[in-house]
Design a protein around this ligand. Structure first.
Ligand SMILES: [Zn+2]
Ligand SMILES: [Zn+2]
Length: 377
């Protein structure tokens, strides 16, 4: 997670030069990269997800507040207030332009204040990411999350195949093949030759090195890039590339660094194998079907995946003392329906491939005020 080139010694040297703001921007590049995925997060969530692990951050929440104040003073972060007196921190223009990697990663809209619905969504999403993180999981949308999801599904399906016989076994084997060949679950990789050090073309499993003939191994690419013009996917920032739409043409659009998966994954390697939980926080900028149709839950007969759901419906209100919803909006009901036993006819029957679980049920976007003032009574 942390930039390996920034050793404590170089960090000290930079501080001595008095370039504190530049140092801050540089030291917290990983924070901005994380915010390129999350857009914004509360101080508590940033503490769990980032500062608690930063070597300069220290373990205390107070230290996190000091860092946030310094980043705000350096005009790298800006606090945006959402309802319920909560606040989220988001990147400023200065943070967005602080490094080439952040610029390649974040989109232009990141420099502006967010509409309230999006700010609330960002708060909810970062807060719910922090929960599994506190329990020893890693959370994100990167290469490791893609690999964890793939391993979870394939390992569990393999175990199931081994237990079955006859036509049931053949059906389970078919599901295993479907999961294995799913392009959205296939990491970017290159064949790497240990003997001469050369790399093969992207996503081609070579049986022998093209240069020396030795047997190569496959290495998953750490970064994923996508061209906004032609849709070409790569593991490097190829400034001039063959157009993915028309192979005779060159495309000169700058590639953007993107997430590896389109869904949020919490995972850890447990004693009994890979543990994976999907986190679905309703993004008000997209429809429910758009968000659910990219989840790795749409192969009939696949292993069941635990899912944590969170609504951002502005008409839903949770009573944290009674532990129940006192109002549920239409969008909230649509989300619940998709995972219910009866399902939503327009969508895949997710109750067959997902098990809805919950963490911190009291952690919801809109809460009923718990202590009404006497004057209001
Ligand atoms: Zn070789
Ligand atoms: Zn292109």
């Amino acid at each position: 997670m942390l930039a390996p080139e920034l050793t404590p010694r170089t960090a000290r040297r930079r501080r001595r030069k008095g370039q504190r703001d530049d140092y801050l921007a540089c030291a917290h590049e990983q924070l901005f990269l994380m915010l390129a995925t999350l857009r914004a997060a509360s101080a508590e969530a940033l503490h769990t997800l980032y500062f608690a692990e930063h070597p300069d951050g220290g373990a205390s929440l107070r230290a996190t507040y000091r860092w946030l104040a310094a980043l705000e003073a350096a005009e790298l972060l800006e606090r945006q207030v959402i309802h319920g007196k909560r606040g989220v921190y988001r990147m400023t223009h200065r943070a967005y332009t602080s490094s080439p990697r952040v610029m390649r990663r974040a989109t232009d809209r990141f420099r502006h204040a967010m509409p309230p619905a999006i700010a609330g969504y960002a708060w909810m999403r970062a807060s719910i990411w922090a929960e599994p993180k506190n329990r020893g999981y890693r959370v994100g949308r990167g290469r490791d999350e893609l690999r964890a999801t793939r391993r979870f599904l394939i390992d569990n399906q393999k175990a199931r195949v081994a237990m079955l016989e006859g036509p049931e076994r053949r059906r389970a084997e078919h599901v295993l093949e479907t999961l294995r060949s799913d392009p959205t679950l296939t990491p970017l990789f290159r064949s790497h030759c240990g003997a001469c050090g050369s790399y093969g073309p992207l996503n081609q499993a070579l049986t022998a090195c093209a240069h020396c003939g030795a047997k190569p191994s496959q290495v998953a690419s750490e970064l994923r890039f996508e061209c906004p013009e032609c849709g070409r996917v790569s593991d490097g920032d190829d400034s001039e590339h063959e157009s993915a739409r028309d192979k005779r043409r060159k495309c000169t659009a700058a590639l953007r660094e993107t997430d590896h998966v389109l869904f949020d994954v919490a995972w850890r390697e447990g004693p009994a194998g890979m543990e994976v939980t999907l986190i679905v926080v309703d993004d008000p900028g997209r429809t429910i079907p758009e968000q659910l149709n990219v989840l790795p839950l749409r192969v009939a007969g696949q292993p069941i995946v635990p899912v944590v759901l969170r609504t951002t419906d502005e008409n839903s209100v949770f009573d944290s003392i009674a532990g129940t919803w006192i109002a549920t909006g239409a969008r909230h009901r649509e989300l619940l329906r998709a995972f219910s036993e009866d399902g939503d006819r327009r969508l895949f029957p997710f109750s067959k491939t997902a098990k809805v679980i919950d963490v911190r049920a009291d952690l919801q976007l809109r809460l009923r005020p718990s202590h009404p003032k006497k004057s209001e009574a």
